[in-house]
Ligand binder design. Sequence first.
Ligand SMILES: *Cc1c(COP(=O)(O)O)cnc(C)c1O
Length: 374
Amino acid sequence: MTGVAEVRVSASSLEHNLSQLRTLAPSGAQIAAVVKGNAYGHGLTEVVEVLDGKVHCFQVDDLDELRALRRVSSARVMVLGYVPVERFREALDLGAELALFDIEQLPALEAAGAALGKRPKVHLEVDSLLGRLGVMPGELGAFLECLKRHPDIEVVTAYAHFANIEDTTDLGHALAQVDAFSECFGAIRQAGWDGIGRHMSATSGLMTVEQVTSANDLIRLGIGLYGMYPSAALARRFAYLGLRPAMAWVSRLAQVKMLPAKHPVGYGLTYLTPFEMPVGIVPQGYSDGYDRHLSNSGEVLVHGVRCPVVGRVAMNMFAVDLSAAPNARAGDEVALLGAQGEDRITAEELAARIGTINYEVTVRVSPLLPRATR
Ligand SMILES: *Cc1c(COP(=O)(O)O)cnc(C)c1O
């Protein structure tokens, strides 16, 4: 590492996770690798370069992510978030397969396709008891009538998204969603789109619903690919998969020094050294994605042992108590996330300390930090 910090992505872990998760998928099911949010903070282009050719397609949220992805890959990409109609031409030009959820999109899609001499490919999203993007089941009939008047638009799949698997072990709502979606899917086929694919599951759906129904042709894999589990309950149940966290976030000690007893540390004087204490300054902060709630709470690894964060996390630096690593010197490596020696700081551990979920911990690691694939 030549800089102040870097994010390391393990290619072998991503590949291992993909092959482990494939064992849960219905045979023949396709995999979409979800790389929105800078690939959950891991680095969009780095992750795409590792997985290109190993998955059926990629999934991003918006056109800017697609544009970034196109720097390294010409793979199929579903853009499943919001794309303003004024940007449909740009979207088709970039080879986007867009989410379709509103009648207003149809004329704009057709016009963009005609302008480019391309057939727009879309994925029809049904709002099956989620309450987010998607066509409401009650409006699907009228929607399909309208869609029939735009034969140049190619519907590739119809899909829905689960609302309540991560937060519960009760699959009641998820199964009601499957029923509601299946009914809609039947209506879509009846209306003439009988060869299209269907999908509902993200990682948590793959681990639960797909194990009891197998109607879907594609799985949209996010969190599991990165070696994390969607919930603690699923982490226990599927521990045997041995998913491997793919991200390590490392920095180095900018300064190491002894502070005398009763010396304040950082803004707000929230920590006073109880005795003379070796302290290391880590040149990362909340601007880099190291949450300010880790003040006086987080731990990092130095020389393979845990060193507690002391004082406030500032925008660009924080201090750690080096009592457990007395031989640490300026320039030594610090693990903020990931393994060092025998120990590991997990996203789940940081999430628990700051009251959020593992997804948010990794996705907020600054995209400005250099990424290195190992
Ligand atoms: C983010 C997302 C996924 C991936 O979810 P994971 O829980 O990370 O596997 C799949 N589908 C949609 C629509 C999403 O927004």
